[in-house]
Design a protein around this ligand. Structure first.
Ligand code: AQP
Length: 328
């Protein structure tokens, strides 16, 4: 039997190359090796206010994007989290087994809470819901970007605590990070991770950005005071651009060094931009074809939800039994 894999992406903003290189590209690579479930985690998205009309639209667009990047819905499940009530049922049971101090320590909670006038309880519970997403499917592997490593560790702690309180119920999930691109930084602020919610016009490259826009953003990316690439002294901005190039072209460290050492920044940026444009163009063509037929996407989401509900309900049943809740 193939091991099960789960990972999710929030339908907030437009997916960017950080999401792609940190997580999505890896999803496509492993989709035939494992039994994979990919979540459009809309219940996570609402931990920060989302405009309802936009959210609904973004969920469908994200489903289209996941297929456009190469996920094959005939072999892999693409699920909208809120279509499967078992996610929230399990999340509540796990909440009751999670010490609040574990949640207050999460760095994502601290940084997102700082940016809010009023902090909703959902933001604090975010990692418990994420643990529920993973444990619900008894996933053995979770491919994510590096920013989610702390949440994954917490999911393991929650699983371990639950198993020791109530008996073996959950499979322990392992984190899988890509070797290059695990943390893509903002083009304008290379000390901050590229993020959908950052608003700077040159911060992120969306997977749907026009080739001209991609080139313009990369040409304006922050570098340092050197005139050309120097592997001994390069700053975070140049490192980030070369990591983006390497992750898109899947070339070795030696190849990148040979190609870029001593190259002036203007020429280096042109090469990076050409690699990003070449990789994203076919995705954009497929995206336009797929989203032209919303009925198709609806069918994919319904079929996936039906398929995975069997495992999900089974885990909820086991968890209820373990905790002594009443089951018919
Ligand atoms: N900059 C990044 N580099 C590498 N991987 C990244 N991921 C996110 N940003 C980077 C990975 O993408 C997957 C899905 O992301 P998400 O939508 O759940 O993550 P996020 O952290 O919420 O993304 P954003 O862009 O930062 O959105 P906001 O601003 O709304 O919080 C995850 O596997 C994540 O690791």
């Amino acid at each position: 039997m193939k091991a099960r894999v789960f990972s999710g992406i929030q339908p907030t903003g437009s997916p960017h190359i950080g999401n792609y290189l940190g997580a999505l590209k890896n999803w496509v690579k492993i989709q035939h090796e494992y039994e994979c479930i990919w979540g459009i985690v809309d219940l996570h998205a609402i931990t920060i206010y989302q405009k309802p009309e936009e959210l609904r639209q973004k969920i469908v667009e994200l489903a289209g994007m996941l297929i456009a990047i190469g996920l094959d819905p005939a072999h892999t499940s693409i699920v909208v989290q809120s279509m499967i009530p078992a996610h929230t049922e399990l999340a509540w049971m796990l909440t009751c087994a999670t010490p609040i101090g574990w949640l207050e320590r999460m760095t994502q909670y601290k940084s997102k809470a700082q940016a809010q006038e009023t902090v909703g309880d959902g933001l604090l519970q975010y990692p418990v819901l994420m643990a529920a997403d993973i444990l619900l499917y008894q996933a053995a592997i979770v491919p994510v970007g590096d920013d989610q490593s702390q949440h994954l560790e917490l999911a393991r702690d929650i699983a371990q605590r639950f198993n020791s309180m109530y008996g073996e119920t959950f499979v322990m999930p392992a984190t899988s990070l890509p070797s290059v691109g695990a943390r893509v930084m903002g083009l304008d602020e290379p000390d901050k991770k590229m993020s959908k919610s950052s608003t700077g016009p040159n911060h992120a490259i969306s997977l749907l950005d026009d080739p001209k826009v991609i080139t313009k953003k990369i040409m304006r990316a922050t570098t340092d005071s050197n005139p050309a690439v120097d592997f001994e002294t390069m700053g975070a901005g140049v490192k980030n651009l070369l990591a983006i190039y390497q992750a898109f072209t899947e070339t070795s460290d030696d190849h990148v060094k040979a190609e870029f050492d001593g190259l002036r920044y203007g020429d280096m940026k042109k090469k990076v931009a050409a690699a990003v444009v070449a990789a994203l163009e076919p995705i954009q063509v497929r995206y336009r074809e797929i989203t032209a037929d919303p009925g198709y996407l609806e069918g994919v989401l319904k079929a996936s939800a039906e398929r995975v509900s069997v495992f999900a309900n089974d885990t909820v049943y086991k968890t209820k039994r373990a905790m002594g809740l009443y089951t018919a």
